[in-house]
Design a binder for this molecule. Structure first.
Ligand code: FES
Length: 141
């Protein structure tokens, strides 16, 4: 595998939590993604934004909330199945998270998506790290 695409040691990707990393797309724009491990040991990754309000990050840098194989959006409570990416509850029910292709090999987890190049492990630092998630919704949250 290309060591420039090595995101993390595979042993650092755990079930029940997310690991945030930053990629660069073909236009040179930075984007965030998170990876996690499913109960069957499979490692999956998705772009780090909610399908409801796309400026809301699921992992705000301290790990997303993950329970029972689902990642939660802390803004309005949408839940997304981590094995399929499908939102099964919330205002964006039926939508699908944007997957990012990753591969586990040689003890590492590698970005393996021709749309992206690995930038670094951790947040992008764009928008001061809050991802522009400063809107106030109708509930005042
Ligand atoms: S912004 Fe995620 S559920 Fe509304």
């Amino acid at each position: 595998m290309d060591e420039d695409a090595r995101v993390a040691d595979a042993g650092d990707v755990h079930e029940g939590e997310t690991l945030l990393f930053t990629v660069r797309d073909a236009d040179g724009e930075l984007a965030e993604a998170f990876c996690t491990r499913l109960s069957d040991g499979t490692v999956v990754a998705y772009r780090n934004y909610c399908q409801h309000w796309t400026d809301v990050r699921l992992d705000k840098g301290d790990g997303a909330r993950v329970t029972n194989g689902e990642v939660w959006c802390r803004k309005h409570g949408a839940t997304f199945q981590l094995d399929t990416g499908v939102c099964d509850f919330g205002p964006c029910e039926g939508s699908v998270m944007e997957s990012v292709d990753v591969t586990v090999a040689d003890g590492g987890m590698y970005l393996n998506d021709e749309e992206y190049a690995l930038e670094h492990l951790g947040p992008s630092g764009v928008d001061g790290g809050d991802g522009g998630d400063s809107r106030i919704d109708f509930t005042g949250n």
